[in-house]
Design a protein around this ligand. Structure first.
Ligand code: HEM
Length: 474
């Protein structure tokens, strides 16, 4: 057995950090063409073994926890943002239970209640900030605000939403600022953003704790949001979550969904604005499903407008917000069907974005063509489709079992770390798209055109400015 080939580098220690960091997709495609699906590169002293293709995805997502784990790869990055005792700051078995509890707050019943709340929040935003006949706005900024408002209102409950105007949104932004590749690499560097992040975390944590205390004090009032689920759930051993865990899980869920959903919604709108025929097709389908007057959608209506789902699928295919999934190797691990063994201490990097833009699976892969999903069997979407040829591993997260999919399309990951927010994200994004498309027509700002992806953050966003011109429909 041998180790996967090493990408050549000139600068010791730093290795390929700069070339990878600036254009990670180009880097991975280039070395895949040279070395095949498995190769290692050096990045600031860390050995990163890239695992590509459907088999590479499967290898990383389904590797045994005893050989490979996520907490050693991510905790130094996520702990300052999420806080202690949650997600990667607990043993994996506890994370599995925390995800199961979280999933219990993300039910179809909950989504049915959330859709009108999301619509109300979008309408409030539009009335205040998009109230002209036509104007040019930064769509990433607008969408990020809508995602904060809608997620806070639905997941965190009415008290948090009521405080958002009091600067809570700014605390979210400060926390976000610590979620960058720099913080992944320089875990020991006292970056200023690290300290402001700690402060923002403790302020937000304090706010959530006071809401928890208030709810306990007035326990006759009924709530049906995520906070209520977290406050009333128990671990398998019968213990409730600590208040620290309840507050920090709220923060973690919010952060997990904020940039990912904002990026997806923004790219979706930018892609539509770049190809007006797609807006026409979607608008026609909305009218066909809902009638000329286009009343507000409900959860059940959304499935009658498949274009909305195709748009989200396609956006996640070519502009997935998460292009690197990382694990740390703790025991030497052989790569199936090869003679390679990855030594302990390496990091594994999977990139489903490489397989979802591979022409072998998706013809004309760079083209944004939502209609390709009309006949596709590859999708894994809110409606539950998933091609799984590898058998099912149910980690017990509730209504939809999580699958160990062998698939080129895994924007929400697979296996034990698979996303629990997928269905929520689909509901939130489709509802926002419907509500905006109903009111506005969009086109790109001709001076800026379609922005390029910005690889300087952990979650890939479009490069600013993301200018879009809206025109109110008559
Ligand atoms: C995990 C993507 C929205 C909560 C993940 C993973 C991916 C992902 C790729 C796997 C990470 C890994 O294996 O290392 C996305 C995308 C989203 C989205 C593309 C939106 C379009 C959300 C939302 C929530 C959420 C809205 C919360 C309500 C989580 C949680 C995990 C996760 C708790 C599990 C982490 C783990 O087990 O290690 N997500 N996510 N996500 N996501 Fe999401």
């Amino acid at each position: 057995p041998s180790q996967p080939p090493m990408v050549h580098y000139w600068i010791p220690f730093i290795g390929s950090m700069i070339t990878f960091g600036m254009q990670p997709m180009t880097f991975m495609r280039k070395y895949r063409a040279i070395y095949g699906d498995y190769f290692t590169f050096l990045m600031f002293g860390r050995k990163m073994t890239v695992c590509l293709g459907v088999d590479g995805n499967y290898f990383v997502f389904n590797a045994r926890h005893s050989s490979v784990n996520a907490e050693d790869a991510y905790n130094h990055l996520t702990k300052p943002v999420f806080g202690e005792q949650v997600i990667y700051d607990v043993p994996n078995s506890v994370l599995m239970e925390q995800k199961k509890i979280g999933k219990a707050g993300l039910t179809i019943d909950a989504f049915k209640r959330y859709v009108p709340m999301i619509i109300e929040e979008v309408n409030m935003y539009v009335d205040e900030f998009m109230n002209k006949e036509s104007d040019t706005i930064d769509i990433l900024k607008a969408v990020s605000e809508m995602i904060i408002m809608t997620a806070s209102r639905t997941l965190l409950g009415e008290e948090v939403r009521a405080q958002l105007h009091l600067g809570v949104a700014d605390l979210y932004h400060t926390l976000d600022a610590s979620f960058t590749p720099i913080h992944f690499l320089f875990e020991w560097l006292p970056l200023p953003s690290y300290y402001s992040c700690k402060e923002a975390h403790s302020e937000l944590h304090g706010l959530f704790r006071s809401i928890i205390d208030n709810r306990r004090a007035n326990n006759e009032k009924k709530y049906d949001d995520m906070l209520h689920v977290l406050m009333t759930s128990k671990y398998k051993n019968g213990e409730p979550l600590t208040d620290v865990q309840v507050a920090n899980m709220l923060i973690a869920f919010l952060m997990a969904g904020q940039h990912t959903s904002s990026a997806t919604t923004t790219w979706g709108l930018l892609m539509l604005a770049n190809d007006h025929s797609l807006i026409d097709t979607t608008f026609a389908q909305m009218k066909e499903a809902m009638g000329e007057e286009l009343p507000d959608v409900t959860y059940d209506d959304l499935k009658n407008i498949p274009m909305l789902e195709h748009i989200v699928n396609e956006t996640l295919r070519i502009r997935s917000p998460i292009i690197q999934i990382m694990r740390k190797v703790t025991q030497p691990i052989p790569i199936p069907k090869t003679h390679y063994v990855v030594p302990a201490g390496h990091y594994l990097v999977a990139s489903p974005s490489v397989s979802s833009t591979d022409p072998n699976y998706f013809p004309d892969p760079e083209a944004f063509s939502p209609l390709r999903w009309e006949s596709s069997t590859v999708g894994q979407s809110a409606s539950g489709g998933n091609d799984d040829t590898a058998g099912e591993v149910d980690y017990g997260f509730g209504s939809v079992s999580l699958k160990s999919a062998r698939s080129p399309y895994l924007p929400f990951g697979a296996g034990r770390h698979r996303c629990i927010g997928e269905q929520f994200a689909y509901v939130q994004i489709r509802t926002i798209l419907y509500t905006l498309l109903k009111k506005f027509d969009f086109e790109l700002d001709p001076k800026v055109g379609l922005p390029k992806p910005d690889y300087n953050s952990m979650v890939i966003l479009p490069t600013l400015p993301c200018l879009i011109k809206y025109k109110r429909r008559s």
